[in-house]
Design a protein around this ligand. Sequence first.
Ligand code: ATP
Ligand code: MG
Length: 477
Amino acid sequence: MVIYLSGEVDEEARLDEMSPRQIVTQLDKHVVGQHAAKRAVAIALRNRVRRQKLAPQLAADVMPKNIIMIGSTGVGKTEIARRLARMSNSPFLKVEASKFTEVGYVGRDVESMIRDLTEIAVELVRAEKLEEVADKAELNAEERILDLLLPPRASAGFYGFDPEETESTAATDSAPAPERDEQFQKTREKLRVQLREGKLDNRLVELEVREKSFPTIEVAGPQGIEEMGINMKDMLGNLFQGRTKRQRMRVDEALEYLLQEEEERLVDMDAVSRSALERVESTGIIFLDEIDKIAGREQGGGGPDVSREGVQRDILPIVEGTTVNTRYGMVRTDHILFIAAGAFHVSKPSDLIPELQGRFPIRVELESLTLEDFKRILTEPKNSLVRQYKALLETEGIELEFTADAIDAVARFAVRVNEQTEDIGARRLHTIMEKVLDHISFEGPDLEPKQQTLDAAYVTRTLEDIVRDQDLSRYVL
Ligand SMILES: Nc1ncnc2c1ncn2[C@@H]1O[C@H](COP(=O)(O)OP(=O)(O)OP(=O)(O)O)[C@@H](O)[C@H]1O
Ligand SMILES: [Mg+2]
């Protein structure tokens, strides 16, 4: 699975420039407890920076210092990695290690994760560049709309304008209206004002649009093609791209269309690719989830799974440092940071092949969450569950309050249900809270009074019966 986390940069500093202590402080804002894990992540990150500063001969001999997080479900493993990525501008990819052993994927080549990460980096860098050119693109688009509304040709015809080139090409950058024609300029500026006020939105203009609809061809190419990093869709897209057609549309739609076209024109995709490759190589992070599922050596038996040891052997060179061919160019994986995670209930990190163990020297165990942790998770993080529910219901005019003892009660129930049924960690808080707010969520806008204060008695009333019946709570909570 590919998760793309964009935007929302909490801290201006690049992650790689932050001290380990600063990283931990940032993580504290979102993840409760798990100090050891935060510390380990910060160290892993810092080690990468240190290794990058070494002379190449020495760096080649220093093994990458990646990290394994060990902890049962719902204690914050993914959350820490996710936050780490959000804090930074690093390309980040979460991938389930077990996916490489799944039937159907048979031996899906592990290099695809580097290609996916590169895609993400390209998207990241492109978004940044778009941001940079946004103002200019808007201005250009506006000029082009004005050209359409008041064609320069009409007034400028006798200056020897070639009607062939008056359209988009000639109109884009240079203001075409000759200075002598003051009247023309004046009208144009008046139109500009009206355009900006949205008064012209309903008018129709005709413009040249690129043909987008090309025959959909299902590409079930051989695996080799993906491996070479060639994208059939792209190739076909380019094939059909040349075609244009004239189309009438409303001014506001046209503005939107031209804006996109200008953005594409102003962003140099070659530069984006180059910069993205650089970003992947120096700051990329890959979160290898469920690493415990591929732990274990060859034990015979077999079955339809691609051998787990085989997958480990495939992953090894990537972690160690190799070159992967992507459609944007070669990516060296030497400095990509790998964060592996797993519950390790059945297998142990020592069940991984020795070579791989050596590349993940930082081990950290996440603690089980306590009652106190649950209370803090409910309230402290910036986007804690309590804040989320308050905000959600506020959209319908309901003011929700939780008393301190209500929070306490929710946390207690979570602990109890985790003990009685299955320990799913902080995820239990989600199911419990949903149940507690069931009535209020359903009534929503019809609820009276608009101010609702939930106390311990309310929480107990909604949950007591369900929790007492173990079978029921297995289904409901
Ligand atoms: N220490 C914590 N602080 C704040 N929130 C937490 C913490 N631990 C878990 N959560 C919350 O619980 C949910 C699940 O956590 P997370 O996805 O990190 O679990 P996990 O450890 O990766 O489990 P799994 O092994 O099942 O993938 C998240 O929505 C997160 O908000
Ligand atoms: Mg997880």
